[in-house]
Write a protein that binds this ligand. Sequence first.
Ligand code: MN3
Length: 247
Amino acid sequence: MNHVRRDFLKLSGSTLALSAMGSPLLAQVAQNGGETGDSGTAGQLSKHTLPELAFPYDALEPHIDARTMEIHHSKHHAAYVNGLNQAESELGKARYSNNFDLIQHWSRQLSFNYGGHYLHTLFWRTLSPNRPGENGMDDALATRLSVDFGSPEDFRAQFSAAAQRVEGGGWALLHYRPNDDRLVICQAEKQHDLAIWGGVPILGIDVWEHAYYLKYQNRRADYIAAWWNVVNWNQVTANLVEAQKRN
Ligand code: MN3
């Protein structure tokens, strides 16, 4: 087994485990691997596909509008999936031909597009239509946020500030850090810069302008405030439970 295949299997394991918590989104990611590479590539290639949403594009109205959701999912996320497939294919061709002249370019493309595919899959998965009384934060998660941040309100304040102050396009992410069993908030610029090693993202907000500009224009703070209304806390809890199993 070459190392590419081995790395893919490690990813598959994590996504398969997450899929067991309910949503089919990451399950679809996990089912996409293992295809034999085309002739002219060295090693097996994964075939990544765009996951379907668990709800219609208009389900998050009025907080996130249908047109933004449609473009974000069917165009932007799709572009990351296509870019990831292309990068991995080109790297396979480079191995086959032993020509690594463009190794920096395609390595960067792999990192950027994989980050986009991974984080958008997490993003859709941790959203749900706002239904009063459903998808609220359970006591265990509230307690956990209090231990690591002071209170759920303190967590929310830091997370919102991190999201607001991402420079350019990027994310605010809540990571579970297995090394010391802590939750930490980080920013990510683009899809991957500023990422921390070993942290497992369990919640994220996309603050690229494509995520909000149609409805909110330059008012990112209003988008962030609205986004809190459609966070799927049940899924965040499930993501944390799954991440802790790796500890
Ligand atoms: Mn996006």
